[in-house]
Design a protein around this ligand. Sequence first.
Ligand code: SAH
Length: 253
Amino acid sequence: MGTVYLVGAGPGDPDLITRKGARLLKVAGAVVHDALVSPKLLDEVSVGAELHDVGRRAGTKRLEQSQVNELLIELAASHEVVVRLKGGDPFVFGRGGEEAIALKAAGVSFEVVPGVTSGVAVPAYAGIPLTHRGIASSVTFLTGHQVTSPIAAGSERTAWLIGDGTIVVFMGLLRVDAIARGLVERGLSPETPAALIESGTYPSQRTVTGTLADIGDRLRGIEVSGPALIVVGEVVALRDRIRWFQEEGGRPG
Ligand code: SAH
């Protein structure tokens, strides 16, 4: 029986995987990866290793989570090192916890190798610090669904709207308008700065900035095909002073 390593691949730039993750990739007998993993990292998998793509893209489901769990359990029976490679960090909206529970239930040993979550790295590459003295003192990671699901009558603010905190929305690309509206309905000012960052940390990174009131309009006519994060809060305005990463496809803003 082998060990399954739940490895965070980082957000895209292949240099942002940990040393431990990179070492395991080279020695793995089988690698099971999802769609958000940089192809450059997959080049580092040894030639003889089995490669399984179980990637989910918005809308299309290739494998059910239970089937992925089964595959990992199966592979552990015939390989000493199995790497389950996930975009960002396995335990940040990555369903790594579900896989860990399934492995434990099946008596398969596993380790978690944390990764640099896109929630932290992507704003950094866009020149947006998540906290900044005097401007933002907390960060909340949300999914788009949490912002657009109906709010109970009477609850004006939701628990995750913490004071001056920065909000990072994962998986929100297809609902930017509804998310911006949802945040305003929950008490944020329409003038709050907001950014959408596409394909963060890749050469094709692109950032569009605006406010909750106009970010939807600013995105109109722009085709976004890569993964995207929405960052909301006063820290977004610091980008003008901090931006450092050359965005190939990006138009300024
Ligand atoms: N476990 C991952 C998140 C998986 S959920 C992590 O820790 O980063 C998938 C969502 O992550 C995408 O819908 C998008 O919102 C975000 N994401 C992942 N990689 C990204 C990237 N390179 N640029 C922008 N957003 C990204």
